[in-house]
Design a protein around this ligand. Structure first.
Ligand code: 5AD
Ligand code: SF4
Length: 436
């Protein structure tokens, strides 16, 4: 009997890539591949790439360079490149790196098994009409009580800095019934929390029995699924926070009080240049409306510093916005020109200037994060246990507000929702003891 073939996957970038990697692992599972963490043991290596920020393709090419000795020793080793770099650079990857057997874009993953069976170089970066998820096998390889679930892909917003509309394509929403089915199936297999994924998830407009549904309506239907305790969604655009979705934050108990709502900049001038189609006041207003529905909600955001034309004054507006909103957590990035995007034509801000702004912004973000965590000390919170901790008698999981929490609990079980009291704030997590 021949041994099962082994697949090694490296995932770069966002949560959607994590989800896609799982689905590709399932698809290859049906072909007799099992996953391995040891690249030397693999019969197939798949690099699931990200193109959103700097150095993505350089990282890919250096990883591919490191695979060369393996490929030289075992020419039958299959090497595949998936994800947004595959989409953006297509056949160019194989021209530069002939060791790559397969290049597959994010919308063509259901064709991966066929590409892997074929001989000779294969490139598939089409945007096919069919839904790739209909052609991927059911999810089996679940790890733990939380799962990502892609409900929407692509983006029509065309922010001036962003490659997503080009690499992931136009907005497409999965039909309601498929999402409900996948959710019920996940819950039947022990999942208690789902995070709905989409590049512009609150722009969701999937087909339901009576026309298109909004994300708010989808969330209300998911809340009816017995056994599903928690619902989250990411990533959202401020302009697509409609009344019903905001109301859901107030009246759907399963919808967790944490929202990632990227603003990118606090300067109206830069927001305009970024083609964000909202002002800083629009952002403040939407934050106020959500807080009115769910007063204890925590917000996180993404920021870009050093966007072409950003002055010190513009940057001060960003710091001011951060102070006024008060974020639980945030991600900040130095602008990097993405080929093919409108902003890439503009003169960049000098690197030292961008570096200094990034440092100042990150210091403020960290200060807010620390203060937010400190404020949790002494409070009782609910934690969904995801796995045992490193220390004996310890469980780790997330609070409703998405804080990572280490809980002293010798008898806790993965998948349990535990009431705990927070005892200390650590660098990126909280410590707690179980109380019931
Ligand atoms: N340069 C820097 N950061 C970027 N992002 C997207 N494109 C760029 C770019 N060209 C950031 C945005 C986005 C996050 C996922 O990545 O802040 O919200
Ligand atoms: Fe990119 Fe988000 Fe803007 Fe869409 S809304 S173009 S994904 S930054």
């Amino acid at each position: 009997m021949s041994e099962a073939k082994k697949l090694f996957i490296k995932t770069y970038g966002c949560q959607m890539n994590v989800y896609d990697s799982e689905r590709m692992a399932e698809a290859m599972g049906a072909e007799g591949y099992t996953l391995t963490d040891v690249v030397e043991d693999a019969d197939m290596v798949l690099l699931n790439t990200c193109h959103i920020r700097e150095k993505a393709s350089e990282k890919l090419f250096s990883d591919l360079g490191r695979l060369r000795p393996l490929k030289d020793a075992r020419p039958d080793l299959k090497i595949g490149v998936a994800g947004c770099v595959a989409q953006a650079e297509g056949a160019e990857i194989q021209r530069r790196m002939p060791l790559v057997d397969i290049v597959v874009g994010p919308q063509a993953y259901h064709r991966l098994p066929a590409l892997a069976r074929a001989t000779g170089p294969q490139v598939d970066t089409d945007f096919p009409a069919e839904d790739k998820f209909d052609h991927l096998p059911e999810r089996k390889a679940l790890r733990g009580p939380t799962a990502f679930l892609t409900v929407q892909e692509g983006c029509d917003k065309f922010c001036a800095f962003c490659v997503v509309p080009y690499t992931r394509g136009a907005e497409v929403s999965r039909p309601v019934e498929r999402i409900l089915r996948e959710t019920r199936d996940l819950v039947a297999r022990g999942v208690r929390e789902v995070t709905l994924l989409g590049q512009n998830v609150n722009g969701y407009h999937g087909a339901g029995a009576d026309g298109d549904w909004t994300l708010g309506r989808l969330i209300r239907a998911l809340a009816e699924v017995e056994g599903l305790e928690r619902i989250r969604y990411t990533t959202s655009h401020p302009n697509d926070m409609d009344d019903d979705l905001i109301a859901a934050h107030g009246d759907v108990p399963q919808l967790m009080p944490y929202l990632h709502l990227p603003v990118q900049s606090g300067s109206d001038r830069i927001l305009k240049a970024m083609n964000r189609k909202h002002t800083r006041d629009d952002y403040f207003r939407v934050i106020d409306r959500i807080r009115a529905a769910r007063p204890d909600i925590l917000f996180s955001s993404d920021f870009i510093v050093g966007f072409p034309g950003e002055t010190e004054e513009d940057f001060d507006d960003t710091l001011d916005l951060v102070r006024r909103v008060g974020f639980g957590q945030s991600y900040s990035f130095k602008y990097s020109a993405r080929p093919g995007t409108p902003a890439a034509e503009k003169t960049p801000v000098p690197a030292e200037v961008a570096d200094s702004r990034l440092q100042r912004l990150q210091a403020l973000i960290l200060e807010q994060q620390r203060a937010g965590q400190e404020a949790m000390v002494g409070r009782e919170v609910t934690v969904l246990y995801e796995k045992p901790g490193r220390q004996p008698g310890q469980m780790v999981g997330k609070s409703d507000h998405l804080h990572a929490v280490h809980v002293a609990d010798a008898t806790g079980r993965v998948g349990e929702l535990a009431r705990v009291r927070v005892t200390a704030s650590l660098a990126n997590s909280l410590s707690a003891v179980r109380i019931s």
